[in-house]
Design a protein around this ligand. Structure first.
Ligand code: ADP
Length: 659
């Protein structure tokens, strides 16, 4: 650098040595002074802060812009150390810059922070250059400083809003596009490229977009685009279409929105966002299907309840008029009422199983007894249709560990279906035995079979019916599957095809023994039953009368239609057993039970709750209130006799459940 200065020919050292100053030298100096003054003026009026410092960091010059920027007038700065501009955390910075200048390094656009006279911190961009003396030695540095606080704030704001936009886009799963209609090029972001299966490098045009559209959606999408690009419209683009992803062939549902911009009625850009709504569509479709299934189910339910009801009402009418054979009318009524009861139980149980409300009471059971019970329940239907039943159990005294009520429900549903789905008289074969470490029960029929292979899995779905109007709700097999699985077992179906029969196979794990089995319900009735005093409480007049008549057939009976009457009767009649409805208008069953138990001499009375609610909350309340049992209406005669028996035996806490 020294050489450069010497070679310049403007060496002031040489000029100083001249004792006589010729004219040209004088004019040369005048010119230089003029240039120098002009430079000084430029510096003084520059919009950038320009200052000079020596190698100790002392300020030599300080222009107007520096005064404005840092708030210090020149008088306060010239001759002072530049360090006063440094915030406390950057105290060494001036000397570091000076060192770099000394080493001959350029310092350009060094961005840092300085502190104004009023203490405010500002962001500055510094360009520092060396000042050379006449020998070419570095004697100081000039600094051009620019306040970039606003610019940085703006940049940060842009960055923040871009980051926010990106986060929002990611959160909403939005892809952004910009279609330059004039050039035909579409700018797609990463997300849209991924949807279409297009890599980053590929140039995207309208053709790329159109090629990915599902053929069935091309026309409607094109129409939505045409409307958006119509200068007389509002420029809005909204469409939902399917995209067939290049490479994978996957089909995705896309919702697209956009807005077109125009210049002199010519569309220039269509800019907007797309969203992958495949999952949402799938959920909407499945909700719509569920809603349709619910409507169908309600229609089926109405149908299924109306049929047995009309059979019952007609039979009752016939009996009243003395028409027809009373025995067969009676059988018909029983059959239809039992059918309605089992529909109702299945229906309520579906909800309970789904909520996890069903608790199993596993017992050791003779499988033969359980199959017998189920066949007895279905006897009238089997006989009416003229079906044969063949049962073979190996070994004949095979013991199964299961919940007796649930096992009966499983068997009744499967055998009931076999009865129902054999349109002509046929044969039901029940084979049970041990296979490996499981007990397997196979129920085979010679009925309509399953024409469609897919039915083998679908028929276990809730509400699924291969043929509508076949007399059911489409819930039985779903319940069977849940109950079998609750036992740790499995149920499958096999059919050779239409009209070739079906075989349902249920397997239960062959478990270790738990509780001893309950005595069969049909054992002889206790002889002293007629002395048992039973109070029946229900606000439903007909239900009360019916249960009253039934109980009176075996025991000494009183009935009460309200809480108040119940307490009066309890005091007078001193019952040993109370069958108590929980929902009475004047008092609830819990209050009645508590009041009865407080009566002297009635502390040990047996009180059984009788409800239409089988939900877990009612069950919990009944258990907490220490009722001696809980039966669901309608009460099967078997359960009633069990309650009488255990009351006479003085047994405690032997809760009876629904049918
Ligand atoms: P549903 O009340 O309709 O009988 P299920 O859940 O018990 O309901 O059965 C579901 C469907 O499975 C039935 O509608 C019927 O189409 C089919 N299905 C059930 N059992 C049999 C069977 N033994 N033979 C032929 N099809 C059957």
């Amino acid at each position: 650098m020294g050489d450069k200065a010497a070679a310049s020919g403007n060496d002031p050292k040489r000029a100083r040595d001249e004792s006589v100053e010729p004219d040209d030298v004088l004019s040369e100096r005048a010119k230089r002074e003029e240039i120098s003054a002009r430079l000084a003026s430029i510096i003084e009026h520059s919009n950038d802060a320009i200052l000079a410092k020596d190698l100790t960091g002392t300020v030599i010059s300080w222009n107007k812009a520096a005064e404005r920027m840092y708030g210090y007038p020149a008088e306060e700065m010239v001759g002072q150390k530049l360090d006063r501009l440094l915030p406390p955390d950057r105290k060494n910075e001036v000397m570091e810059i000076v060192d770099r200048i000394r080493r001959g390094e350029d310092v350009e656009h060094f961005q840092t922070v300085r502190q104004r006279r009023d203490g405010e911190r500002i962001s500055v961009d510094l360009t520092v250059s060396p000042i050379l003396d006449t020998e070419g030695e570095i004697v100081g540095a000039s600094v051009i400083a620019r306040n970039i606080t606003d610019q940085l704030d703006r940049e940060r704001a842009v960055l923040r809003s871009e980051t926010r936009l990106q986060i929002a886009k990611d959160a909403a799963g939005l892809g952004i596009y910009e279609w330059n209609i004039v050039t035909g090029i579409i700018a797609w972001d990463r997300r849209i490229r991924a949807i279409w299966g297009i890599d980053r490098e590929e140039v995207v045009t309208f053709e790329t977009f159109a090629a990915g559209l599902h053929p069935d959606d091309r026309d409607s999408t094109q129409q939505a685009i045409d409307e958006a690009l119509d200068p007389d419209g509002n420029g809005r683009f909204e469409a939902e279409y399917r995209v067939i992803q290049r490479g994978t062939g996957a089909m995705l549902w896309i919702r697209a929105t956009g807005l077109a911009t125009f210049e002199r009625r010519q569309p220039l850009y269509l800019v907007g966002a797309v969203q992958d709504v495949t999952e949402m569509r799938r959920m909407v479709t499945s909700l719509e299907q569920a809603d349709r299934r619910k409507d169908e189910f309600l229609a089926t339910l109405g149908h299924e309840l109306r049929n047995p009801l009309s059979a019952i009402m007609t039979s009752v009418e016939c009996m009243r008029r003395g028409a027809g054979d009373p025995d067969s009318l009676y059988d018909l009524i029983v059959r239809q009422a039992e059918h309605m009861t089992s529909l109702m139980n299945d229906l309520l149980d579906i909800g309970r199983v789904t909520r996890g409300d069903v608790r199993l009471r596993r017992e050791r059971l003779q499988l033969a007894d359980q199959i017998d019970l189920a066949l007895k329940t279905l006897r009238t239907e089997i006989e009416a249709k003229g079906h044969e039943v063949e049962v073979s159990i190996a070994p004949p005294d095979l013991v199964i560990v299961a919940d007796p009520i649930r096992l009966e429900q499983i068997l009744i549903n499967l055998v009931g279906n076999a009865v129902k789905y054999m349109l002509q008289s046929g044969t039901i074969t029940i084979d049970a035995g041990v296979v490996g470490d499981s007990i397997e029960i196979a129920i085979r029929d010679t009925g309509i079979g399953l024409p469609d292979e897919g039915d083998a899995t679908r028929i276990f779905d809730l509400f699924y019916q291969a043929r509508k109007g076949s007399g059911g709700l489409g819930i039985g097999l779903n319940l069977v599957k849940s109950l079998v699985e609750l036992h740790g077992g499995k149920v499958t179906v096999h059919s050779e095809g239409a009209n070739r029969g079906s075989t349902f196979r249920v397997t239960f794990p062959a478990r270790a023994v738990t509780k001893p089995s309950t005595p069969p319900s049909d054992t002889a009735l206790p002889t002293d039953l007629q002395n048992l005093r039973v109070l029946v409480v229900d606000d439903h007049e007909d239900a009360l009368r019916a249960v009253g008549v039934m109980v009176a057939n075996y025991c000494e009976t009183r009935t009460a239609i309200s809480g108040k009457i119940a307490l009066e009767e309890a005091r007078r009649f001193r019952p040993q057993l109370v069958l108590l409805d929980l929902a009475l208008p004047d008092m609830n069953g819990f209050e009645i039970a508590a009041a009865i138990r407080e009566m002297p001499g009635l502390e040990r009375v047996r009180i059984v709750a009788m409800t239409g609610f089988g939900d877990s909350e009612t069950t919990r309340q009944v258990e907490e209130a220490e009722f001696d049992g809980h039966v669901l209406k309608p009460i099967p005669i078997r359960s009633l006799l069990d309650i009488f028996r255990s009351t006479l035996e003085g047994a405690n806490g032997d809760t009876t459940e629904s049918a």
